[in-house]
Design a protein around this ligand. Sequence first.
Ligand code: NI
Length: 137
Amino acid sequence: MKVYLTRRMTFNAAHKLWVKQWSEEKNLEVFGKCANKNWHGHNYVLYVTVKGKPDPFTGFVMDAKVLKDIIKREITEILDHSNLNLDVPFIPENMQPTTENLTIIIWQRLVSHIRGCELHCIKLHETENIYAEYYGE
Ligand code: NI
């Protein structure tokens, strides 16, 4: 039996999507406004879902406060008000800071800290209408 528990967190960050080898024209064609030379920001909404069996004593899959503290320490405190291209040591220099890639990076940073249950999904909204999900596959 598995129950899924999700913690929602928010952060604001700047980025630029750009391929050095391409012309400005091609970058704008592929990435649109996300290729703006002087950066731009997004209000990201992050959903971290863990799965497991509720503990017979607490009824918790995982203590939601502990989950919040891990996400805060490992992810949101570092990404909030950052420039995702320049400021974040765990985002490789050659990786586009797209919503898709961020879900992988966030998973990799969180997975070893989740104990007593399993990490199930990282879902990240870049806007209200666009989000990416990663299930560790
Ligand atoms: Ni963007």
